[in-house]
Design a protein around this ligand. Sequence first.
Ligand SMILES: C[S@@+](CC[C@H](N)C(=O)[O-])C[C@H]1O[C@@H](n2cnc3c(N)ncnc32)[C@H](O)[C@@H]1O
Ligand code: SF4
Length: 413
Amino acid sequence: MPSVPPGGEPAPADGALPASALDGLGTRPFGVYVHVPFCATRCGYCDFNTYTASDLGLTPSSTDDPASPASWLEGLRRELDLAARVLGEPPDADTVFLGGGTPSLLGAEGLTAVLDAVRSSFGLAPGVEVTTEANPESTTPDLLAAIADAGYTRLSLGMQSDVDHVLAVLDRRHTPGAAVAVAQAAREAGLDHVNLDLIYGTPTETDDDLRRSLEAVLASGADHVSAYSLIVEEGTALARRVARGELPMPDDDVLADRYEIVDDVLGRAGFSWYEVSNWASSEAARCRHNLGYWSGGDWWGAGPGAHSHVGGVRWWNVRHPARYSKLLAAGESPAEARELLGPGERHVEQVLLELRTVDGLAVSALDDDGRAAGERAAADGLLSGPDWRGGRAVLTRRGRLLADGVAISLTGA
Ligand SMILES: C[S@@+](CC[C@H](N)C(=O)[O-])C[C@H]1O[C@@H](n2cnc3c(N)ncnc32)[C@H](O)[C@@H]1O
Ligand code: SF4
């Protein structure tokens, strides 16, 4: 029996969805997310569902092991076929996103095999956006040329910083300059769009370190930047170092200043924010896959620990790669549990996600308490006054710094 995380109910073994979830399928954006749960080493700050070969007890010869990348790929093919059956007439994918873990560890052959599997189960819509995440140290010009040929259109690279001592605190394996070189090679290989992920607020990072990283981003030709403040996740090596007093954490004022540095430097270079933590140099460079998440679209998340959402049903897969591939080999769905979202939960989710975007949220979507909170937020300069009077709740820059609190107040909570 699948275990039931808090808030979830057991997911059926055949993966079936209630008929109501399939209403309108194909009229909303449809995305496919593929989770690649492998990394060469674990960065000290990361608590994502990812495993090193030694975590999984794998050696180079253990290709048949249920936790191996080969078994994962076999399981993935089975899950995508199951998805196509469950969805009846599966829509073409508007967007495909490989995340991890470290998808670039699959190499060109593995990345091509994954996209072929998505194409054969779902079909790809004309103009499909196909993104893969990648780490600089496992991404070569040959790999980039091969994936551009295979149909990938976008690379999302984990840069985090371009400063040696910051990369060292984060346990990253690449050196300064490496991410910039890969981003440039990606444009030369013909990929349409390149994102660089930055982390700010790492212990020991200074304002000038962050400015240096941003200058490197601007020199790279990337047309998209995601910048997140470092979260000290419980149970990570970083959390233990902070608890032992080895590393100081910056306070909230420093983090707010860093966010403003990111926004100022990128803004001067022609980038605009379109979600609180995401900037693009043009509308075409925005990540359509993530926009689908933020606008209540449908997506099937395949792979260990992946989350899915179709028509108000949200479910998530078992996390361990061996358990994942074994369930699929036995003809069962890898879904561990699911939630059927009621109108109240869907409303809260809509407010929390849409408010973070540059288009904001329709004031008409708010209840009376939410509108009263919005009036106060507009008077306090957290929501743009002209937009509010025009019927939209749109965060000001000060509002972006306090986005979670403003969003919660607008839910009427
Ligand atoms: C989980 S990684 C997967 C892709 C790739 N392996 C990498 O490291 O870039 C995706 C992004 O999540 C972000 N991330 C992971 N853990 C984080 C944390 N504790 N705080 C802030 N950002 C984090 C990093 O910016 C990273 O680029
Ligand atoms: S490479 Fe990426 S996914 Fe892997 S441990 Fe580091 S941050 Fe996490």
